[in-house]
Design a binder for this molecule. Structure first.
Ligand SMILES: *Cc1c(COP(=O)(O)O)cnc(C)c1O
Length: 303
């Protein structure tokens, strides 16, 4: 069984014409859990299940937790998600809809995570949202699908939070002979933990994260995401919250699909023409998706 689906690969004529190039959208927003996360987390959950795990535990109130909850429901495995009090009601509700048990604990994520870890018994698997080679291997399948569809991109645009998506896309490009393709890694200014790592020469903790792109809110990126920047071309680019939200709204008009600002950050590189024209002929944008945004929350943003 594979828990993620093969998503559509669509050409965006508006983005192509705006940037005088071809732009391909890998529509991970259409995954059953609402984001790309089910690729890696679904793969990891299947591996843990086949090795005997009989309960899944997560401390993510966002798309990673949702992917664990979806995987658990499909595999018939109970799921516990421990979230801090700051987790919005919508996030808790979506988790409960998937049948997960939601435990609210602590003011900060670190407290929720500590409780989650303390629950672990020998029959449990803990699913990290981004720092796990199993996740990267699962995420890599999205690139296999792009290549199988006959598209060989000469540049990839994606969002970076903790760096799991970046590590997975890197792995997928490598195993398809695309190790030389540059990756443009977008984050919002308030969530710039990847830029901080590159500046500091290693993953470093960003004490205060701010803004609307909450799914990019990892204080520190994983070591793998940092290291691969010295193995291939990775160009970090920052956008404002306003640019990310506007990209979501324009994308909604263009493609009739609602995405989070975390995903809008990547699209903003092309909607905002932030990558020099003529530099590439075939852009691939990972439309990573996300379930936490609503139309009202996007329209209500006043940056
Ligand atoms: C998790 C997530 C990201 C960031 O992925 P990382 O693997 O943490 O870099 C971006 N967008 C959405 C919608 C996400 O859920």
């Amino acid at each position: 069984m594979t828990l993620s689906i093969c998503t559509p690969l669509l050409e965006s004529l508006p983005l192509g014409q705006l940037n005088d190039t071809r732009v391909w959208l890998k529509m991970e927003a259409l995954q059953p859990s609402g984001s790309f996360k089910i690729r890696g987390i679904g793969y990891a959950c299947e591996q843990h299940f086949s090795r005997g795990a009989r309960r899944f535990i997560s401390s993510s109130g966002g798309n990673a937790g949702l992917a664990v909850a979806y995987a658990g429901r499909r595999l018939g495995v109970p799921v516990i998600v421990v979230v801090p009090e700051t987790t919005p009601e919508r996030g808790r509700h979506l988790l409960q809809c998937e049948g997960a048990e939601v435990i609210v604990h602590g003011k900060m994520w670190s407290e929720a995570n500590e409780l989650a870890l303390s629950l672990l018994t020998g029959e449990d698997a803990f699913l990290h949202p981004f720092d796990d080679p199993l996740l990267w291997e699962g995420h890599a399948s999205m690139i296999d699908e792009v290549v199988a569809a006959g598209v060989r991109p000469d540049a990839v645009v994606l969002s970076v939070g903790g760096g799991g998506l970046l590590a997975g896309v890197d792995e997928g490009l490598r195993r398809n002979g695309l190790a030389d393709v540059p990756i443009y890694a977008a984050e919002t200014e308030g969530m710039a933990s990847y830029a901080a790592a590159l500046d500091a020469g290693g993953p470093t903790e960003v004490p205060v994260l701010t803004g609307v792109a909450t799914s990019l809110g990892a204080c520190q990126v994983c070591l793998r995401a940092f290291r691969l920047a010295s193995e291939r071309t990775v160009v970090p680019v920052q956008v404002t919250d306003g640019e990310a939200v506007n990209a979501c709204l324009t994308f909604l008009d263009d493609n009739r699909v609602l995405i989070e600002p975390a995903c809008g950050a990547a699209l903003a590189l092309l909607y905002g023409k932030k990558i020099p024209a003529d530099s590439h002929k075939n852009f691939l944008v990972i439309v990573c998706g996300g379930s936490t945004a609503t139309i009202d929350s996007l329209k209500g943003f006043t940056g």
